[in-house]
Design a protein around this ligand. Structure first.
Ligand SMILES: CC(C)(COP(=O)(O)OP(=O)(O)OC[C@H]1O[C@@H](n2cnc3c(N)ncnc32)[C@H](O)[C@@H]1OP(=O)(O)O)[C@@H](O)C(=O)NCCC(=O)NCCS
Length: 161
């Protein structure tokens, strides 16, 4: 029912709506509401041949309902960060966030990642508890603009293990 697929330019309006939702903006480093043109320029940059990010749309029964990304892979490919995680406000609380993250973890493992990193704003209970339930543990924290962000990490076993 839930699958992940590559972002396309046609997803730009939905990504904008999900990311500019006030509750979503509150949870990220950049809390600003940006004009659509700036967002579109960001999405366009994703298609630059030099880009190595992996930005995925979450689909439920063929309908786009969210997004998640894997990026900043280490040169040996064994470590990567994931983020840009959002489920459309009207679809939250249905278990699709959890399923998407499980699929992202499977994808990372299958492509050779051994350590996954992420960050979460202290106080984002829904997200932090979800990450911890899937095995992420805290490795540190830092302050940014008076807010605390926790660093979390998950060690992945090899596919054949
Ligand atoms: C975080 C987010 C992606 C989770 O997606 P979702 O589809 O709502 O999550 P799920 O329905 O799979 O719920 C995940 C878990 O969180 C719990 N949960 C959901 N909403 C919650 C809330 N408001 N408070 C506490 N727990 C909550 C669920 O019970 C579920 O627990 P379970 O897996 O043990 O059953 C979504 O809330 C979102 O887009 N938030 C705004 C953006 C954001 O915070 N992104 C993450 C930045 S680090």
């Amino acid at each position: 029912m839930i699958r992940l697929r590559e972002v396309t330019l046609a997803d730009a309006p939905a990504l904008y709506r999900w990311r500019m939702d006030p509750e979503t903006r509150r949870q990220f480093h950049d809390t600003r509401e940006v004009p659509y043109e700036a967002h579109l320029a960001f999405v366009r940059r994703y298609f630059d041949p030099a880009n190595t990010d992996h930005w995925l749309i979450v689909e439920a029964a063929g309908e786009p309902v969210g997004a998640i990304a894997l990026y900043d892979r280490s040169p040996d490919g064994e470590e990567a960060e994931w983020g840009r995680f959002v489920i459309a406000p009207e679809h939250r609380g249905k278990g699709w966030g959890r399923r998407s993250l499980e699929l992202l973890i499977d994808h990372a493992r299958e492509t050779g990642v051994r350590r996954l990193r992420c960050e979460v704003l202290a106080g984002n209970t829904a997200a932090e508890e979800l990450y911890r339930r899937l095995g992420f543990t805290e490795t540190g924290s830092y302050q940014d603009g008076g807010r605390t962000f926790r660093r979390l990490s998950l060690t992945l076993t090899k596919v054949e293990d």
